[in-house]
Design a protein around this ligand. Structure first.
Ligand code: 13P
Ligand code: ZN
Length: 272
């Protein structure tokens, strides 16, 4: 079986290209990981090599022991993923303690997984638990308008959620639980991983102040669509704020309640 012909690889590569096309992945910005299904592992395991060393994850993810993830490489450009998959992405296996990983495919020539691996894995662990295994994709991108808003809006979940919901009618249907906000933190370590995973117990989207979007979903379409919807809404808010600091009219709390009824979603009262 050719690894590169597998649907899960093709979907992952397409998402990298689509994210680059949106302008969310300057240089090596952003990272993507996918928790593989048993059938994905089965379809490519003949291509695995177990020669490389185990390395510490720098956090503990015991609930992910023995799982395999497709991941982007650290310092690798999303632009280049479709041009040379084996150099820019790879498959890692988690050990039986949930504290180490090893590369079993790809990331050739000494490449390593994304520096945000601790954040990705801690959030995969949380999402695997709270969605009963449904969520498999974690995506981080440097979405321009979301980043811009983190300089002018208070860094509060309820403010970001409400403002983003108001900018496009279907936002509350796409992210009914709202969005969480992580204050500025050093990227790539355990601290930002822990702070983000606390929020992701409740939300599918965390906004990293002055940095970007971090989000989770069941598959590539849903996860990319979620980031796209949040960023589109942020773009409208940036345009609106550029025209005027006040709204002449908007979607009201009662409008949201009507929307929730019509679309059969539950919107937390704290955001209404
Ligand atoms: P990596 O190249 O290590 O994935 O880092 C990019 C990034 O966006 C860090 O937040
Ligand atoms: Zn980043």
């Amino acid at each position: 079986m050719n690894v590169l012909e597998q649907e899960f690889i093709k979907g992952f590569v397409r998402m990298c290209s689509d994210g680059f096309a949106q302008g969310w992945h300057e240089r090596n910005g952003g990272n993507l990981t996918y928790r593989m299904k048993d059938e994905d592992i089965e379809s490519v395991k003949n291509a695995f090599s177990y020669q490389r060393d185990w390395y510490p994850i720098q956090t503990e993810v015991p609930y992910l022991k023995g799982e395999y993830f497709l991941v982007t490489g650290s310092g690798k450009y999303f632009r280049n993923v479709e041009l040379d998959e084996e150099a820019n992405i790879g498959i890692v296996e988690i050990d039986e303690t949930g504290t180490k990983y090893r590369i079993v495919w790809g990331l050739k020539n000494g490449a390593v997984p994304t520096s945000e691996l601790p954040s990705h894995l801690m959030n995969h662990e949380i999402k695997k638990l709270v969605t009963h295994g449904e969520h498999r994709v974690i995506y981080h991108c440097h979405a321009t308008n979301v980043i811009a808003l983190t300089f002018v809006l208070p860094l509060k979940d309820e403010i970001f959620t409400r403002e983003l919901w108001e900018m496009a009618t279907e936002c509350p249907v796409v992210f009914p639980r709202g969005v969480g906000v992580v204050p500025w933190m050093v990227p790539g370590g355990k601290e930002i991983a822990v702070a983000t995973s606390q929020l992701m117990k409740k939300y599918d989207v965390a906004i990293w102040a002055h940095h970007g979007i971090f989000c989770s979903g069941a598959d590539f379409d849903l996860t990319f669509g979620l980031a796209h919807t949040v960023e589109k809404s942020a773009e409208i808010l940036v345009k609106m704020l550029s025209m005027s600091s006040t709204k002449l009219q908007t979607i009201t709390s009662d409008n949201f309640r009507d929307l929730a009824k019509a679309f059969q979603v539950t919107l937390p009262e704290e955001f209404l």
